[in-house]
Ligand binder design. Structure first.
Ligand SMILES: Cc1ncc(COP(=O)(O)O)c(C=O)c1O
Length: 300
């Protein structure tokens, strides 16, 4: 079950801001957060259309790959994951995300980075159909119209009472659903996990409202890049609040929110709801990378 939890920190008291976190990470241990919402109507449609398998794309640490593998297993659908990086073929069981996907029965196909770039092209999809037969296709990150429809269910009645709703952004599907269901008085702030502001256009494809903004200052160098400061922040936040954040999406968003609060971005009295979109399965993989670099680890 997802619940709304208030966070108590001295900076919030000092700046007279209330911060609440919607614990979408508690929806399911693996199909958690936005993955649960994004897959919901896609799974229903795949089953209605009598598909027997789902095929999707992702990188070695993809939350979407892990969630699709698990959701397929729970719903009696076979799953195929097309994974970026041929070099992973012989060592994938050392990668916690791919090991988890494999354990849930996902068939993994490793392709070179250059071939992976063609994932949207018809000839590549046709080759995959020849190899695997008929499948229900989910794009990388799982964003499509049905995923946005599922994400429109994140903000419930209570969620509509907050002045500001904050959401991490990867492909833009999750925030698009949140914007669609927000009310006109609310502001929806997206915290981009990627460098650059090109995601604005992707979000615009799914939304008509204008009560939103994409914040691009908290990517920490780019997608899945972390530094000691971020790791320390995640560990301190867990110590103070009991809430574990992931290093790719929610850790960067909460860091950004608190930084903006400190810099007086919000008026005193503002009530903020931040969405915890899950992604905790990715911490084990990130810790392996940090360990190899002799860096501080994320405490689980
Ligand atoms: C945990 C987590 N939070 C947020 C996002 C961002 O969602 P979206 O790609 O819909 O912008 C993702 C990626 O899909 C994710 O895995």
């Amino acid at each position: 079950m997802s619940k709304i939890q208030e966070v108590h920190l001295s900076i919030l008291e000092k700046q007279k801001i209330s911060l609440f976190i919607k614990r979408e990470d508690l929806l399911h241990p693996i199909i958690s957060g936005n993955k649960y919402r994004k897959l919901k109507y896609n799974l229903i449609t795949a089953q209605e259309k009598k598909y027997q398998s789902l095929l999707t794309f992702g990188g070695a640490y993809s939350n979407h790959i892990a969630a699709t593998a698990c959701a397929g297993k729970e719903n009696g659908l076979q799953t195929i994951g097309v994974i970026r990086g041929e070099e992973l073929k012989d060592s994938f069981l050392e990668n916690p995300t791919l090991k988890l996907a494999h354990k849930h029965g996902m068939q993994l196909k490793f392709v070179s980075r250059s071939r992976y770039r063609n994932k949207g092209e018809e000839h590549f999809i046709n080759d995959l159909i020849k190899e695997f037969g008929r499948f229900y296709l989910l794009p990388e990150g799982g964003t499509n119209n049905l995923a946005v429809k599922g994400c429109e269910e994140i903000l419930d009645k209570k969620g509509l009472n907050f002045d500001v709703v904050c959401c991490p952004v990867g492909t833009g599907g999750t925030i698009a659903g949140v914007i669609n269901s927000s009310n006109e008085k609310q502001i929806v702030l997206g915290f981009s996990a990627l460098k650059g502001d090109f995601l604005k256009e992707d979000i615009c494809k799914f939304v008509l409202k204008e009560n939103w903004e994409l914040i691009t200052d908290y990517h920490f160098g780019g997608y899945a890049k972390v530094n000691d400061e971020l790791v320390q922040f995640i560990n301190n936040f867990k110590l103070k609040t009991g809430i574990l954040l992931d290093p790719v999406y929610t850790g960067k968003m909460i860091y950004g929110i608190l930084d903006k609060i400190e810099k007086n971005y919000f008026k005193p009295g503002t009530q903020i709801l931040a969405l915890h979109t899950g992604g905790l399965q990715g911490i084990a993989g990130m810790n392996l990378i940090l360990e190899k670099k002799n860096k501080p680890l994320i405490a689980i």
